[in-house]
Design a protein around this ligand. Structure first.
Ligand code: PMP
Length: 283
């Protein structure tokens, strides 16, 4: 693969980052993942807007204009002949001798981008539906900032896989916050779509916002509030959303079938409608 590191395109095995990089030492870095379909970027502006918000919340400054970021994304898609997959972007505060206090840092943030070729449309998970397990949400209190501090979710996802499930949904005070790397939804018997309201507890998913818009366009009823574990277990349908998974049905929670135990109609409709709309606006 050709990757991008601090102004240079080069083969991945020649890319280098300092061992003093604060992204490495302190997880002091933010990231974005943008999906690519047919060689085009989905929801690009929204991802860059969230990147800037994450940086602002961490007192980081972005040394790149939107056009530069778009040009780098596009160049990597082209150099790697990426038809379908992801572009990963990470911005770190940069390198400095190890110190909790970063107020004296003078260097610029570091930037890294790479692509991952991956079939996103023909997803087995979307066809058969995901099995999930539940775990306590023990992440820090600012899950709305997209930092690379992903250890807890990564650990829980790995345990879920070992237990024969596909993913983990996190819970706080008996209510679902979100999935390891996706937002969480249920559909009630009345076909109401329920998903947790935006707060510091969850990532403000770009796909979440696009899917809710599409749902409203289709005259579906959307309620933004937290739902309980009991509501999830007795829901007609459940699904998750993310840039890489689009809309992904959930058919099993802690070994209990959701609805009929197969992907539901609302999830399927939303997946198709989201894909149609995001392909239309892809750049
Ligand atoms: N929540 C978490 C914790 C995530 O990591 C992600 C994916 N990055 C999402 C939700 C979904 O966000 P998006 O739709 O922007 O990919």
């Amino acid at each position: 693969r050709t990757v991008y590191v601090n102004g240079v395109y080069l083969p991945e095995n020649q890319a280098q980052i300092s061992i003093f990089d604060r992204g490495f030492l302190f997880a002091d870095a933010v990231y974005e993942v943008t999906a690519v379909l047919g060689g085009k970027l989905l929801d690009f502006e929204a991802h860059m807007a969230r990147l800037k918000r994450s940086m602002r919340e961490l007192d980081m400054t972005l040394p790149y204009a939107d056009e530069d970021l778009l040009a780098i994304h596009k160049a990597l898609v082209e150099k790697n002949d990426l038809e379908e997959g992801l572009v990963y972007l990470q911005l770190t505060r940069g390198a400095a001798d190890r110190d909790f206090d970063f107020s004296e840092m003078t260097g610029e943030p570091g930037i890294v981008l790479f692509t991952q070729a991956k079939p996103l449309i023909a997803s087995t998970l979307a066809q058969r539906g995901q099995k999930i397990i539940l775990a306590d949400d023990l992440r820090w209190g600012r899950s709305d900032i997209k930092t690379v501090q992903l250890l807890y979710s990564s650990l829980m996802k790995t345990r879920a896989k070992k237990a024969g499930a596909d993913d983990v949904w996190l819970c706080r005070d008996g209510k679902i916050t979100e999935g390891s790397s996706n937002n969480a939804y249920i559909v009630t018997e009345n076909n109401e779509i329920i998903t947790r309201e935006l707060s510091n507890d969850i990532l403000h998913g770009i796909t979440r916002s696009a899917v809710l818009k599409v749902a409203k366009l289709h005259q579906m009823k959307v309620i933004e509030r937290a739902f309980t574990i009991e509501e999830l277990k007795s829901a007609k349908e459940a699904f998750s959303t993310s840039a890489s998974g689009f809309v992904n049905p959930v058919v099993d929670v802690d070994g209990l079938a959701i609805g009929d135990g197969v992907p539901g109609a609302v999830s399927s409709t939303l997946r198709e409608a989201y894909l149609t709309e995001s392909r239309r606006t892809a750049i």
